[in-house]
Design a protein around this ligand. Structure first.
Ligand SMILES: CC(C)(COP(=O)(O)OP(=O)(O)OC[C@H]1O[C@@H](n2cnc3c(N)ncnc32)[C@H](O)[C@@H]1OP(=O)(O)O)[C@@H](O)C(=O)NCCC(=O)NCCS
Length: 182
């Protein structure tokens, strides 16, 4: 396994760092970059059917690198954030990929949200989303968008439960207004 990556200065706020707090006993969160390709690849293989549903392709040798590089859309890496949650056995249990100011200023788009099957139903994704919302609100963001909800029944159920509704502006996207931190 790679060594722990240091926190880039651009996400050094307390609200951003809360995304690294995880509800997995003995687990820990890390901001992922290209050095974590192998760990992400292993997670993608463990979720091969979901990856196929979400991306239209089974995970291949380049999928992890593509996700860590922000996908196919050309955009500034400055606005791309990837959080990985590891379990007590130091295996990647979940990942959240979010892009700031996408598609519009103040809107943050979750490009990818994936939890390993044996770690599901324990509140992992829900907590990541909640902590993301706190961070987005602290940055003055107004909405969080989830893409690809159409392709995954689990993702649809999760998104509905989390209060997302279909976006009229962006097909295949669910949107939720950011609630001010209470
Ligand atoms: C969707 C996914 C990320 C959920 O991860 P998770 O860690 O199991 O989710 P949580 O345990 O945090 O669940 C949060 C809430 O969503 C609900 N939920 C989770 N999966 C659900 C499903 N398939 N159907 C309905 N509700 C669901 C939970 O019951 C929970 O509700 P609660 O707050 O009332 O208890 C996971 O199933 C996954 O990786 N799926 C494949 C990829 C995918 O679809 N990603 C989402 C793309 S938008």
């Amino acid at each position: 396994m790679s060594t722990l990556s240091t926190t880039p200065g651009r996400i050094a706020t307390l609200e951003a760092q809360r995304l690294l707090e995880v509800p997995v006993e003995g687990g820990f969160g890390v901001w992922l970059d290209e050095h974590w390709r192998d760990e992400l690849h292993a997670l993608l293989l463990a979720c091969a059917e979901d990856v196929l549903l979400l991306t239209g392709e089974p995970p291949g040798p380049d999928t992890a690198a593509r996700i860590l590089g922000g996908g196919s859309a050309p955009r500034s890496l400055e606005d791309l954030f990837v959080v990985g949650v590891f379990d007590a056995g130091q295996r990647l249990a979940g990942v959240l990929v979010v892009v700031r100011d996408q598609p519009r200023a103040g809107e943050w788009t979750v490009e990818f949200l994936l939890v390993r099957p044996d770690q599901r139903g324990r509140g992992l994704a829900g907590q990541m989303l909640q902590q993301l919302e706190t961070w987005v609100a602290s940055e003055g963001g107004t909405a969080i968008l989830l893409t690809a909800r159409r392709h995954s029944p689990a993702g649809e159920g999760f998104a509905r439960r989390a209060g997302f509704v279909a976006s009229r502006d962006h097909p295949a996207t669910a949107v939720r207004a950011v609630r001010a931190p209470g």
